[in-house]
Design a protein around this ligand. Sequence first.
Ligand code: 5GP
Ligand code: MN
Length: 336
Amino acid sequence: MPGLAQLKELLAHPRRIVITTHHKPDGDAMGSSLGLYNYLIQHGHHVQVITPTDYPDFLAWLPGNGDVIIYEDHIEQSKEFVDKAEIIFCLDFNNLSRINDLGEVVRAGSAVKVMIDHHLEPEDFDDYRHWDINAAATAQLVYDLIVHKFDDGEFVNPDVATCLYTGIMTDSASFKLPNTTSNVHRIAADLIDLGAVNWRIHELVYNNLSENKLRFLGYCLSNKLEVLYEYNTAIISVSRQELQQFEVMTGDTEGIVNYGLSIAGIRLAAFIVERKDRVKLSLRSKGEFPANEICKKYFNGGGHRNAAGGHSNDSLEKVIEQFKSILPEYKTLLIA
Ligand code: 5GP
Ligand code: MN
């Protein structure tokens, strides 16, 4: 695989570029994508960000958001962008199945494909790769690409800095996950110096809840939380009917899984939700516990050791039962 210096050469002339990221994009997916977008447009490239699906409203203030198109809502237009693209950047995912039907469109496209990502076990679909599982966020890798690999730090303007700060802040759970190294703090400090208004970004992302979301969270915590102390595991599960009852929107369930983990002694937390087409699981763990292994082995998913996800076509009740039945296998790790 050619090195990133060659990618820089490829970008020496204005190109038609598509940036895409995983379905149900989170803060890092959108922050890294729009950070890269705001960088590339300064060099005269024609850049289109395409997300496979919609994403939470609390990310809609990000600079450049108005130029994003959603594949599900604009299939033909998206296909045309991909077909005409010379370069496609794939951010915050490393397997084309993570972008749903858009995956095969991207695979079939003749564009040069660039993967920038920090998840385990990348699929081999790319021509260039900036991949590091130790990175706290894909946004951190975009920063590294621009500043160090491309030696182009002067183009980290306030819009780029704002997007990248958002990605790092959200994927490190506000600078508190174990991957928050001193270097991550240094990059965050640089981004603040370059125009990211850190307190405002926190406000916009975290103090931007709808009343419904807060009430739904309260309902989950008081009515739906199940704590299995013999396995140091907490489960919150919600049905489709409950989602409808609280008019839960995209993004409204994000972060709920973390409350389970905030109970003293709990090592593993699960949030299991009955979505329209399938049951989705989010797992979070502390320390060495491999949440991603459970998702990969049993729930068609994967992710990081401490934050992973997956899905199942079984009923909600069955998935909850299956999840509970797996815990004895991990008992030693959970109670050690
Ligand atoms: P979340 O629980 O927030 O949806 O996802 C947590 C982490 O697990 C994310 O880093 C995400 O990349 C990963 N993840 C979530 N769902 C899936 C999935 O279906 N497949 C894979 N491979 N990873 C997933
Ligand atoms: Mn990420």
